[in-house]
Every structure is written in C-alpha cells, then in structure tokens.
Write a protein that binds this ligand. Sequence first.
Ligand code: UD1
Length: 311
Amino acid sequence: MPHVLVTGAAGFIGSHTVDQLLAAGHRVTAVDDFRTGRRENLAGALRSPACRLVEADVSAEDALGQLVAGDRPEAIVHLAALVSVPESIRDPGLNFRLNVVATQRVAEAARGAGVGRVVFASSAAVYGDAAPLPAGEEAPKAPISPYGAAKLASEALLLGHAAAYGFTVRCQRYFNVFGPRQDPGSPYSGVISLFARRHREGTAVTLFGDGGQTRDFISVHDVARANVLAATAPGLRSGTANICTGRGTSLREVLAVFQRLYPAAPAPQFAPPREGDIRHSRGDPAAAAAALGFRAAVAVEDGLAELAASA
Ligand code: UD1
C-alpha cells in the first residue's frame, strides 16, 4: 500500500488531502504541530488504522529528517505553513521559518531518505498583483508580501534539490480555496468562510468595494484531489502548475448564491475597497490538466450549497 507523509495534515487543505488519500487506499503519516491545525479536522481520518498522527514542527532541526528516515514514505505532501498573508507582513521572521526553513527541511528529509516525490503547497500569491488574466505559470512572478516571496523561494528550493538529487517535485499554485473546515477566525480569512459564518449567524456581511471584484474560487475537494494526483499518479515529472478552475466569480455572484441559500439574510453592508486589493484574479488551468490530468469539478454554487448544508 503506497505510503504518503502529509505535513500540515490537521489544517484546512491538509485534512481533506488526508481524507482523500485514505479513501484511495493509501497509508498516511499525518504530521502537524497544531499551531493553526485543529485536531477535530482529523477525527474521521484517525479512525482509520491506515492513518498515524505525529505531532511535530516541520521547521525544527532534525524532527522531520528523523521521522522520514524511519517512516520511508513514497511521497511527502508539504502543506505545513504560515497561511495568513497579513501575519507574514506582521512577522516576516516567523514567515521565513515556517514557510522557507520548513521547506528546506522537507527537501533535505526527502534527499536523506530517498523519497521519490514531494508535492508543495504554493500559491497564486507568487504572481503579485500584475499577472495577466488568466495567469499562466510563465507570468512574471512579483510577490507583494513576505508570504508570496516565501512560496516562490520554496518552489525554487525544492525544484533545485529535486534536480540535484533525483526526486520529483510538483509545486501546486492554489488560487482562492474554499470549503468545509476553513477557519473564519480573522477579518482576513478567506471571504467565503467569512460570508458562510455571517449567513449561518444571521448577521450582515461586509462587502469591500462594489462587489464586482472576481476571484478564481476552487473547492477544497478539488484541491485535495489535485494533491492526491500529484503525490501518487505514476510517471510525473517535476514542475509547477496552477490549481484553479480558470473561471472568475464576482463577490456579487457569491452573495447571490448565499441569498438563495439564506433567504432571510440581512442586506450586505458596503465599505470602501480594501487597501491593496486586487480587482480580478484568475488562473490558467491548462498546465495542471496536461501534467496531472487535473480539472476542477465542483461548481462554486455547489460548493457554497455544501457549506451551508454542513453548517
Ligand atoms: C488574498 C489573501 C489576503 C492578501 C491578498 C493579497 C487570503 C484569505 N487572503 O486575498 O490576505 O492580502 O490575497 O493579494 O489568503 N472581502 C469582502 N468582505 C470580507 C472579506 C473579503 O468584501 O469580509 C473581499 C476582499 O476585499 C477581496 C475579496 O473579498 O476583494 C477576496 O478576499 P480574500 O478572500 O481575502 O482573498 P484575496 O483578496 O485573494
């Protein structure tokens, strides 16, 4: 039974990735330090005898190296990260440790134990705010935050190690991921997680700007499937691909779906546009289709209905 080690396994994307790996019959070592990951996200997974939980900080010297040397997984899916762009701006040193040093530990652990494949959680943040629409992987990379810079640096670190030591790296540039288990805990959390909570509570959402801004919203179920493909599909070469739908959805469209799901919801409040906000963001999904055979399958409307139903 193929064996995959997942870092950040108790997080939003990590826990869905673990669930899908187990459903596909793989053995999983789930690694998390629970800084932002939540134990309840793994409640279902840990009922499986094929899943083992290890509490560890991936950025700590030697922790991952020893674990991987003992565990000998076929693949590592590296999702452990500082996930908040504003937090990376407040604490760039912590961003460096959790988003760059941790990646270097993964590269060294993979080399040391002869792991064949590493899948990395990169981000559309590597493009900054000047990418063409849709953004292809070759678009200029101009990160505008420590977070985006760390993701870009990590891609380079992993690809360089992979070329030197003969393993395969798949860098996955996620666009705006949404779905169950996303934490709405800060005003800077993903907009759909915030809107879902407000609708559940019956309080008004705040729309920054006119609501005409668009994002390439992708369901976490699709993202987890892309991770499973990248970790386990035979014969992949190293490379980088957007994980996106290729479609832009405006906040007004998102709100219209919520209003159908919650007909009694109060009217939205309008506030000035957020400073530094990007008007439109959308990725080109062609490279992921060609390299992984991945195409997003969950329509935004269906993903929002699932969120409302799971509340
Ligand atoms: C993402 C990051 C953000 C970062 C930005 C840099 C996440 C969750 N957000 O933002 O931290 O600064 O890239 O480019 O990773 N919105 C509302 N009402 C709300 C919340 C958000 O109208 O209550 C709007 C925002 O102003 C934005 C859109 O919704 O126009 C999407 O916001 P968000 O989910 O934060 O994603 P990004 O803008 O892509």
